[in-house]
Design a protein around this ligand. Sequence first.
Ligand code: PEP
Length: 255
Amino acid sequence: MNKATRKAVIAGNWKMNMTPSEALKLVSELIPAVQGKNGCEIVVCVPFVDIPAVVAAANGTPVKVGAQNVHFMESGAYTGEISASMLKECGVEYVVIGHSERRQYFGETDETVNLRLKAALAAGLTPILCVGELLTERDQGITAEVVSKQTKVALLGVAPEDARRVIIAYEPVWAIGTGRTATSEQADEVCGIIRAVLADLYGKDTAEAVTIQYGGSMKPSNAAELLAQYNVDGGLIGGASLKASDFTAIIDAAQ
Ligand code: PEP
């Protein structure tokens, strides 16, 4: 496998935006705009309450549906949480795990990321595992250590055949929602570091097969250059996924 044969995935992370009726409006603009665009997988990761409406609207279209978090237990006394089997039964195929906003605001750790990742895989969901350094960590020159540790701990106990099913999103925290994008060289370098970690853990074949996205202020004007990098196989897109025309332009850049 190499860049030409790896699966490119463009995923929107809507965060805490879009009521069900707003979600329906956005996907009904997106679906006709992306018909026939088979050069990448197209995913929208929506708030839990939007899932039924978006799954129904996207059925039979190129648009796949993801969630933004999942609990690691199968069921039980975990008030307010959503399990992997609940997502699966609702028609969800992907789930974002370890987004920096969850690490920053909701106490997510590398260890809980690992538990969520294994729960998602066991239920047949495709995890989109987010890793990335803080600005202070980049300034200290420890980006490689930070993303390597996040990746290794997240994948503890994950078998090679399951590791191939994981999508990794490299999201430098300083580039998320800030309008400040990593340069294409920085994105390629760190996605390459993650691929080297995968090669150490699972061998070169698996490392070359895994989809590694870049995320952080990706938009129509910078998507083509970022997506052209050897180690960048797609994007995780926040702000620009909330406008059908911008998200479609990024999908076009991935064709
Ligand atoms: C994100 O939420 O994962 C993200 C990359 O956000 P934005 O594109 O707005 O920086």
